[in-house]
Write a protein that binds this ligand. Sequence first.
Ligand SMILES: [Mg+2]
Length: 394
Amino acid sequence: MKITAVEVHSVKVDRELKSFSGTAGTPGTFVGMSHGKHETDYGWTKEYSTLYSRKVESLMVKISTDTGIVGWGEAQVPVAPEAPQAIVRQVLTSLLLDRNPLDNGVLWRQMYNSLRGRGHRDSFMMDAIAAVDSALWDIAGKHYGKPVYQLLGGACHDTLPLYYSGLTGSTVEEKCACAADAVRQGYKAIKVYIGKGIREDIAMMKAVRETVGEEIELMADALWMYSVHEALRLAVELEKLGVGLFEAPIVMEDVQGHAQLTQATKLAIATGETERTRHQFLPFLKARALDVVQPDMGRTGISEGRRILELAETFNIPAAIHMAIGQCVYFGLSSHVAAATPNLLWLEMNPTALEMANHFQREPWKVENGRLKVPDRPGIGVDVDEEKLQAFYC
Ligand SMILES: [Mg+2]
């Protein structure tokens, strides 16, 4: 089998601005930043320091072969997918054409090595590799007639345990109403975005705890907003509310700070969505600076994501796989890796994002009772509605 074509597209889908605040990727209040003639979809949120888009942006890769088998891959790129798009077009495509797509390990190494010596071994480079890598796994699954989770060794979980992410609403009351609805739908775990100041965070977590009761697992994501000292002060209060997991408490570069937090609190300290390779996770694991790893398969790809998860398992650390906002291929590939992950605690699920993603696949995915069944169709198992998707190619 030979690769005959590599298509790569930035996809930008309008989202309902009403649900802007509270959905994954945009947990704050959006403030646009167009300047005169310089129009942009990007803007800040009042509460956080990360740039966001008015649209749902991601990178879609479609690889065709001489057998007629086509594979889809997607990278989670909420801002500037044009950057990895250029890398796929100008660097990776020539490495891939006429090669056997089943040699995905060989091809991964060649792609990673291609610009490694220039220092491009993270960030948009890895996003580009991630999208291609996942498309190669989709091809392999379709070729062997097996779902990707089976090529990864089989399903460790019949259905995937999900946590509800991205409570909608801009007030505490609205978020609590959404949390109550999540419990009614059968979710056993809910994540709340905090990081708005210790007092405000405690009030929010307290209100959600009172709404959902003691049986629901609560998680808090501070989006890297605190110093170690502040995070410690907050952790004491979150412990009292029975919060189980504290995500992104401090900036992602501070390994020692994470280690300090991990030792000082009973909350599970978790981070990792920004890291894309095992080399980036290793210092955290060696320093025992994390209780839970959170790699994002839309940034690591299936191959490197698996290596990270196995590395974590080697250190006896469980995983809550990060799955933010993207299109159906992203949801599909993340779910297959999650199914094949023995040390899986949770897979993140933003129901608003899934609803948007379902729009582009012929057979929508359904969450039942807070769990997801991964389809056993060959490959990633996502029947992409290309005609609908094309309207959003940039
Ligand atoms: Mg997060």
